[in-house]
Design a protein around this ligand. Sequence first.
Ligand code: UT7
Length: 389
Amino acid sequence: MKQYGRITGWGKSVPERILTNHDLEQMVDTSDEWIVTRTGIRERHIAGPGETTSSMSVEACQQALERAGVAPEEVDLVIIATSSPDYFCPPVSSMVQDRLGATRAGAFTLVAGCTGFVYALVTANQFIETGLYEKILVVGVETLSPAVDWTDRNTCVLFGDGGAAVLVEASDQPTGILSCELGSQGQDWDALIAPGYGTVKPFSEETLRNGDHYLRMDGRRVFKFATRKMTNSVINVVQESGLTWDEIDLVIPHQANARIIDLAVRRLKIDPEKVMVNVDRYGNTSAASIPLALCDALEEGRLQSGDHVVLVGFGAGLTWAAAVLHWQPVAEEPIAVDDWPLLSNLFQPVTRVRNAVWSTQVTARARLQDMALAAMTPINQWQRRFKRD
Ligand code: UT7
């Protein structure tokens, strides 16, 4: 019998300490007004002593297991999506597996930048669909603060620490991921980079002096990539799912910048009420941002059983990923599939045509906006230079 991946438990963990924009005003040449208007961020959580990628993962996983009523020994696999493990070696996933008491579980760490959680969820789903595993913990977690240059206003106002987890269990009822897309645009690998963290430039006095261990970002390049990919990948997965836009109840985008989300929302002509935004409270938590937003959406009652939700991420790599999920955390009466094939077969071509018209309109609109933005950029640059002079 075909198995589907049902999310049955979830949990989150963020550091106690909150760093506000006003705190940052005391540290670098910035203002609350600049940060809010350019990013939508008001505050972020920053890890203190003892708050690590593994400790936040363990807390989030324990909540997820408790919620699902599953014991740690029953877990088959632990997947941790992160770019900021406790150590370069060993993999943080094994530390989490041990601290959870998930004695039977395999464990691995997945690195795909801010897109990591969606990559990990899709991976977990594959293990379940093949029938190999039945209970998988998927975590998105980051402790980016040690990799932030707290004297660089271009980056230090953006990032925050935190983590969240889901438990995916095998189910014989159709639910979980309906469609997905995983992408990589590797030619832009240097758009978001910590050059002194790897083997190309091993740690040395020189890398320390140059600050090569800090994150550097070509913000504008990533911004352009993010708005384009967010729009296109949402179109692709919604179309592939066979659902119409009206049947999508919630979109949970990667929380990097409220302006990126706004632009994509306008291009897609989505009702902003259907879009989860919590970047104001956490900043950009990279791989943690989508599962944190999922947990907050559930806490706020924005997701009900039977709903369809789109997850969409973008980030270092550069990578992107999107998925449409049928949300049904608790098993319900099986759908009597034999009762409705005739009706659904009749409607399928209509749905396909409606989806095609919608996606053509959105793509054309996005192209026009890109062209208008490209035309405006030199004018804006000239205006800024003129103002400075
Ligand atoms: O999660 C991974 C994916 N990451 C992203 O998606 C991030 C994508 N990029 C962005 O969100 C935006 O590019 C940023 C928020 C990073 C920057 O916003 P921007 O509107 O692209 O600003 P900018 O880099 O063009 O800088 C505009 C001005 C510059 O001054 P001049 O050259 O015009 O005089 C910057 O020096 O703003 C200045 N600036 C600041 N001013 C006050 C940059 N950072 C700050 C700051 N406070 N914190």
